[in-house]
Design a protein around this ligand. Structure first.
Ligand code: FPP
Length: 224
């Protein structure tokens, strides 16, 4: 079965570039190209939701030059790709803490969301300035202010992913095997898939392999 929702931690851009004696920014540029093609491929394969970890809240502590380079890439992405998403019927949603981002990127995100709001062929969720613990804490504080006990569904509805089903499959490239503060609540029963390939080298065929691997898994959700 094709997973309805895949989440991807796109790790390894820097190491990919280093191995080729290129600046880290070249790795991120190549990663963006790969991410665009990979999304198309995932939606064509029947995946309905693709959530990508484009920038964690913690990544913002990297050297300013690298962070600015990533912001420039996001601007380029919004300028060049909203039209493509529209053509493909893909709806964009951006999650993360907008207060951590330059205001024009927040504005471009909102415009992209509004322009693609009628898309029905797939949903692309970009996590920018995102942190799972921060998201949970925001929701907890909101719940406390509300003063009522919540169900799991009620709590989920306070998160930035409200209305989006939990990921079925989480893919992390770049050899590391950790969640790095990504979708902590949402991934409670998500199947995990790790690839040793650096993200810019993770091909559409590699994604097919991950989807095939998922198809062979038995999901028991703690039952027998
Ligand atoms: C992690 O690799 C990757 C990032 C922090 C940035 C990911 C961003 C992209 C792939 C560009 C996506 C663009 C858009 C518009 C969504 P790393 O830098 O931590 O690599 P390393 O672990 O090898 O150093």
């Amino acid at each position: 079965m094709v997973p309805r929702h895949i989440a991807v931690i796109m790790d390894g851009n820097g190491r990919w570039a280093k191995k080729r004696l290129l600046p880290r920014s070249a790795g991120h540029r190549e990663g963006m190209k790969r991410m665009i093609a990979l999304c198309d491929h995932a939606f064509e394969a029947g995946v309905e939701y693709v959530t990508l970890y484009a920038l964690s809240a913690e990544n913002l502590t990297r050297p300013q030059e690298e962070v600015d380079g990533l912001f420039a890439l996001f601007r380029k992405y919004f300028a060049e790709n909203i039209g493509r998403l529209l053509e493909k019927g893909v709806r964009l949603k951006v999650i993360g803490d907008g207060a951590l981002l330059p205001p024009d990127i927040v504005q471009l995100s909102r415009e992209g969301e509004e322009r693609t709001a009628a898309g029905e062929k797939g949903i692309l969720v970009l996590a920018i300035g995102y942190g799972g613990r921060q998201e949970i804490l925001r929701a907890v504080n909101e719940a406390v202010r509300g003063g009522k006990e919540l169900s799991q569904e009620g709590f989920s509805s306070l998160l930035s992913t409200a209305g989006i089903p939990d990921p079925d499959l989480l893919i992390r490239t770049g050899k590391e095997k950790r969640l790095s503060n990504f979708l902590l609540w949402q991934c409670a029963y998500t199947e995990l898939y790790f690839s040793d390939k650096m993200f810019p080298a993770f091909t559409n065929a590699d994604l097919d392999r991950a989807l095939e691997n998922y198809a062979g898994r038995e999901r028991r959700y703690g039952k027998v």
